[in-house]
Design a protein around this ligand. Structure first.
Ligand code: NAD
Length: 320
């Protein structure tokens, strides 16, 4: 089976590619080839199958056609610009997150093979006056351009699946923490930097209070769940192919306390607490409490503690 990962040079794209390179199976089907596509050529990964790495812009249909040259059986559509970027740059968000997703769906449709398509949506499709906890079936009520673009993508995935153009599965990812590397333009970036950077001796700012509740998941868990989404029989999702993915709720304070239990008290001392009203407006529009019953029923896994996330970050991502 052939796999395409859009956003294959990004944080989750690279982690997913490395996982599949190490365990080249989706269910009982062996991976025979992989394409990693991103706006710049993605880094190589170790794999027992050929890996094609291409630079291309998903807002350009010709570039997308090139990404699909190998006729993939499974597409992980992860390419997107993140929340604060899409908020600052409305046209870019529309071009990449909305029309880019449309181009991916059209290229998959043009194959006439009904490929499996796993779509990375976001819990940012929920917000505002949603009941808490947010349960399956609650109306999408995005409070940002990013959330709106993701919500429209979900509906397209659902309709292209209904038509038999793709076998889609949309996952509303919780905030993934701890994200390695540098801070990005996601409004949620601080939800990683206050752990990642302080654990590595640097200062990081927290723009919200300790009582802010975060719906989150660890990179290891979300990669496992992305693979699981591709393994399931699409029919088990029912008519609505989009689900709230499993996660857990902790306040920022509880997450900091978990970091302290794993790594000692020094890191917390490196957090500054300068309020940022712009970031706060975006993140307070999100919901922090969800009940992802359908995901649990379909066998998606949950994190059991933030301590695990801290340990896994230290094991997987700290370069010593
Ligand atoms: N990480 C999270 O906390 C989180 C939470 C919810 C949803 N998501 C979604 O999961 C997916 C992966 O997230 P991530 O954290 O790995 O983000 P990321 O920014 O690390 O990866 C996204 C990749 O998409 C690429 N990209 C952007 N514009 C592109 C374009 N025009 N053409 C081709 N590639 C382009 C970027 O270069 C980047 O490498 C995204 O769709 C994101 O919206 C992530």
């Amino acid at each position: 089976m052939k796999v395409l990962i859009t956003g294959g040079g990004g944080f989750l794209g690279q982690k997913l590619a490395r996982k599949l390179g190490g365990e080249p199976l989706i269910g009982d089907r062996v991976i025979s080839a992989m394409t990693l596509a991103d706006i710049v050529e993605p880094a190589d990964i170790a794999a027992p199958f050929p890996v094609r790495r291409i630079a291309g812009d998903i807002s350009d249909p010709a570039a997308v056609a090139d990404m699909f040259a190998d006729v993939p059986d499974v597409i992980f559509h992860l390419a997107a610009i993140v929340s604060a970027d899409a908020e600052e740059n409305f046209d870019k968000g529309m071009a990449v997150n909305l029309f880019g997703t449309y181009h991916i769906l059209e290229a998959a449709r043009a194959q006439k093979t009904t490929p499996i398509l796993v779509y990375a949506s976001s819990c940012a499709v929920h917000g505002g006056e949603a009941p808490e906890p947010v349960t399956d079936g609650v109306e999408l009520n995005p409070q940002t351009s990013y959330g709106t673009q993701k919500a429209i993508g979900e509906k397209l995935v659902q309709d292209y699946s209904r038509k038999g153009f793709v076998d889609g599965r949309g996952l509303r990812l919780p905030t993934v923490s701890i994200r390695p590397g540098k801070a990005n333009k996601a409004a949620s970036s601080f939800m990683s930097s206050i752990f990642r950077d302080t654990l590595q001796g640097q200062v990081a700012n927290c723009p919200v209070g300790r009582d802010y509740a975060v719906w989150h998941t660890a990179p290891r868990t979300v990669v496992r769940n992305l693979v699981h989404a591709a393994e399931l029989d699409g029919a088990t999702f029912g008519f609505n192919r989009n689900i709230t993915l499993s996660g857990r709720t902790d306040t920022i304070g509880e997450m900091i306390d978990a970091m302290t239990r794993v790594a000692g008290p020094k890191a917390e001392g490196r957090i500054t607490w300068n309020h940022d009203p712009e970031i706060e407006t975006i993140v307070k529009g999100w919901r922090g409490h969800f009940r992802a019953k359908k995901a649990a029923r379909l066998g998606f896994v949950s994190d059991t503690s933030f301590e695990d996330s801290v340990r896994w970050f230290l094991e997987d991502d700290i370069v010593t």
